[in-house]
Design a protein around this ligand. Sequence first.
Ligand SMILES: C[S@@+](CC[C@H](N)C(=O)[O-])C[C@H]1O[C@@H](n2cnc3c(N)ncnc32)[C@H](O)[C@@H]1O
Length: 243
Amino acid sequence: MKGTAPAGISTEQEASRWVRGMFGRIAPRYDLANHVLSLNLDRWWRAETVKRVRQILDRPDARALDLCCGTGDLLLALQAQSTRPVMGSDFCHPMLTSAQEKISRRRRSCPLFEADALALPLPDCSLDLVTVAFGFRNLADYRAGLTEMHRVLKPSGVAAILEFSQPGNTAFGKLYGLYSRRVLPLIGAALSGSRDAYAYLPESIRKFPSAEDLAIRMRAAGFRTAEFFRMTGGTVALHLGTK
Ligand SMILES: C[S@@+](CC[C@H](N)C(=O)[O-])C[C@H]1O[C@@H](n2cnc3c(N)ncnc32)[C@H](O)[C@@H]1O
């Protein structure tokens, strides 16, 4: 498999269908599970991401897209700092419905569209910023995902990938491993009503490339620079790539 590999799935099409169906089932409870399981740190991780790309959002002509936007938390955090509407896309309709409700409740205006991150309906070199938070890990083909992000960015445009990572073989790493394998699936299942979604989560993090490896893959996909910042003991990493 070139990307995510849920248990018992053997082709990219099946992986993609499984991921879309799984997020569709947990969409109504996704935010609650997210905030509880991360002890609310997810808000801080997204705020840090916005800080790192703020100079792009400050530009009055900046065109930005939040890929795999889910229920819209990063999208809204980006929009709060942007003078122009930030777009959001996802391939899971129930997630986009939740995002639209949240955007309307907050009286914001962010254009949303339903699309696979591996085949965006956007011209080459059309964006200044592409972000993705906790969505990249779920793509069926990581190389294709990076190539697509690179394609839609203008020269000097920036890709920001916020994703879970592995904290390494420290005492904290071992404790985190225990939490993510034993505790998180139980709480996640209780909150969301979906056992398979929260069994998949730690498994998909374990199989995901290391932060160093992802930076190498970004350069291989054509990014001129690729740097990363670890957060919360290395459990999360933010990668920034410049085209
Ligand atoms: C863990 S959620 C993250 C949502 C949001 N970005 C956040 O920070 O909470 C992952 C999202 O990625 C979306 N996704 C996964 N694979 C995708 C793909 N190939 N194309 C578009 N969206 C995808 C899922 O539908 C889901 O909404």
